[in-house]
Ligand binder design. Sequence first.
Ligand code: TC6
Length: 298
Amino acid sequence: MLRNVFSPALIKPLTAAKAAPMATRAFSTGFVLRQADAGNTAYSHILTETRGKVGLITLNRPKALNALCNDLFTEVNDALRKYDNDSNIGAVVITGSQKAFAAGADIKEMKDNSFIETYKTDFLGHWAEMTSIKKPILAAVNGYALGGGCELAMMCDIIYAGEKAVFGQPEIKLGVIPGAGGTQRLVKAVGKSKAMEMVLTGSVNLNAQEALAAGLVSKIVPIEELVDETVKTAELIANMGQPSVAMGKELINKSFEIPLSAGLRWERILFQSLFGTADQKEGMNAFVEKRKANFTNQ
Ligand SMILES: CCC/C=C/C(=O)SCCNC(=O)CCNC(=O)[C@H](O)C(C)(C)COP(=O)([O-])OP(=O)([O-])OC[C@H]1O[C@@H](n2cnc3c(N)ncnc32)[C@H](O)[C@@H]1OP(=O)([O-])[O-]
């Protein structure tokens, strides 16, 4: 059943919610989910809901194609932190609309910024907070994932693409360059030549098929099924032993930053450490006893 992750009371039957003053979103279940109230903080630019053990964050600035204004990203980080601290949640999915995952950082908001201002305040530095989230984050990308939108997707751990997804880094056309990983994570995902082409022309985008072929995304899904399919994978992950999941995520991300020998050593130590968990006993005994493992995250 749909419920608000932070406040089950926020779910109201469709008819009752029609009159609600807050922005609402209708689901086919006949329930309406009011914008999330995380710890009494109402979000303005995102919606959150819980599906089983999965937290779902929907970027919700349709008039601006989910342009990532400062407040929107602050809300995303806030919701992610709350999901990370919620023991009932094992993974998070971030999605946008069918037209746009996100059309980039908010150009209108930043166009008059000065260098001194952006440097002093480490403009957009807070975006990177999401990379410290321990639980896996999956991106379900329909439509445009441009500039900061593509970078947001790449800060997630797994990307599924809808059939009409478009990935691009058009910042150069605005007189700037990517500022949240577009020159770094993109290279690792698609290789140097393609990344150069995308970043330096700003005009070469990847469609879903190209993104799949390049390794930027791991699956293409029909548009209507994208969120459900991504949540399904997130649920699969959320039902694994969470210490193993967190360590697996940490190690794969570390592989981008440390030499192979250090990564292999770190991996072996964490692998060995898992023999101190109940989940390891349960997982291996379940295999031997030919039954499904029931992990307790201990
Ligand atoms: C992390 C640091 C580095 C990152 C830097 C960046 O990401 S730089 C950014 C890199 N990204 C880009 O350069 C992509 C910029 N966007 C586009 O090129 C086009 O919007 C499109 C091709 C995505 C869709 O074309 P379409 O004809 O289907 O739709 P439409 O164009 O009519 O848009 C509808 C409304 O949304 C508005 N809006 C859209 N995007 C933004 C935005 N980023 N910002 C603000 N607003 C934005 C648009 O102004 C319009 O509002 P209006 O006028 O109704 O008040």
